[in-house]
Design a binder for this molecule. Structure first.
Ligand code: FAD
Length: 305
């Protein structure tokens, strides 16, 4: 029986582990090595690490943790979680079992990219999810936004305001967009269906019945889901965000199940590496306090059905 099992060993999970190890608590981090930004050549907006490759940042996080004798990292995928407070059992795809008094869910979210040939290949390089993370590198150049979730109009507006005078919204069959307001904000509207994209450093977009158009980048706010993940298996309470569900958490990242904490992208409707580190830190400290004083951090009330 270890103190805490952490599902997911990326920015949130490793930050949580560090706090617990600094209290000399036993921690097992189980991770299958697919951080959400793994296709990006560089992560941006992180003080001290701006422009550094995600894998390099994570290697440093792991190196820090390796200095603590109570931490163990298991390479693998958690496929089942059962039990309750003080008696959780996690099973991995390799048949390993870990028994833990507390669980921190830090396994991130799954992106549901629109089905457009060439789009997945450009994800993280020329197909981008966030102006704050990657907009500066393409500022002042022609940009496109693909309407794939409720956030598309918002994304087009903020890109047009502060990143480029040349922003095209690809309507892509989406309904409910306030086209007049978008045009009034100086955004070009493209109603022809995108058919495919290509390109290594820029986006060559092929449109149905139309010419090829070139953009420095294509932005989209992907839909996300948690289906089939440990969060769903455990049955922690979820909330609805504009791009999909996320785990409801309290001020110390506690969920509505006693002894289960959640941190990082899966516990928020807004995603950023700094937030993941902050959430993970809070979850690690919260989890430690709950090991010491089981009544100190109460689980959230279950949401009304
Ligand atoms: C393309 C892209 C680029 C981005 N660029 C930036 C940027 O420049 N700056 C920035 O601040 N943010 C950026 N982000 C957001 C950033 O990647 C996330 O906020 C951050 O990765 C969240 O960290 P996390 O630890 O919550 O989850 P993740 O980094 O997604 O890590 C989750 C970990 O859990 C593991 N896992 C999943 N399921 C299981 C399981 N069942 N068992 C075991 N392990 C499991 C995964 O393999 C992974 O290692 C970007 C996101 C994307 C999609």
């Amino acid at each position: 029986m270890i103190d805490t099992a952490i599902v997911g060993g990326s920015f949130a999970g490793l930050s949580a582990a560090l706090q617990l190890c600094r209290a000399s608590r036993s921690v097992v981090v189980i991770d299958d090595g697919r951080p959400r930004n793994r296709t990006s050549p560089a992560a941006h907006g992180i003080p001290g690490w701006d422009g550094v490759a995600p894998a390099e940042i994570l290697a440093r996080f792991r190196a820090d943790l390796s200095a603590y004798p109570t931490a163990r990292i298991v390479e693998g995928r958690v496929v089942a979680v059962k039990g309750g407070l003080d008696t959780f059992t996690l099973s991995t795809d390799a048949g390993q079992e870990v028994q833990a008094r507390r669980i921190i869910l830090a396994h991130g979210l799954r992106d549901r990219l629109p089905e457009l040939p060439g789009l997945a290949e450009g994800w993280g390089r020329t197909v981008l999810h966030c102006p704050y993370c990657h907009g500066y590198e393409v500022k002042g150049r022609p940009l496109a936004v693909l309407a794939s979730s409720a956030m598309a109009a918002h994304q087009a507006q903020i890109l047009r305001a502060d990143w480029s005078d040349d922003v095209t919204l690809l309507v892509n069959g989406a309904e409910g967009l306030d086209i007049a307001a978008l045009e009034a904000a100086g955004i070009k509207i493209e109603r022809r269906k995108p058919v495919s994209i290509a390109g290594e450093d820029t986006v060559q977009l092929r449109l149905a019945d139309g010419p090829e158009a070139e953009f420095a980048a294509l932005f989209l706010a992907p839909a996300v889901d948690l289906s089939g993940t440990p969060a769903e298996t455990l049955g922690v309470g979820l909330a609805d965000g504009p791009m999909g569900p996320f785990v409801r958490v309290g001020p110390m990242q506690q969920t509505d199940i006693a002894g289960v904490f959640a941190a990082g992208d899966l516990s928020s409707p807004m995603w950023n590496l700094n937030f993941a580190v902050g959430d993970g830190t809070r979850a690690g400290i919260g989890c430690h306090q709950s090991l010491l004083f089981p009544d100190f951090i109460q689980p959230l009330e279950k949401a009304a059905a």
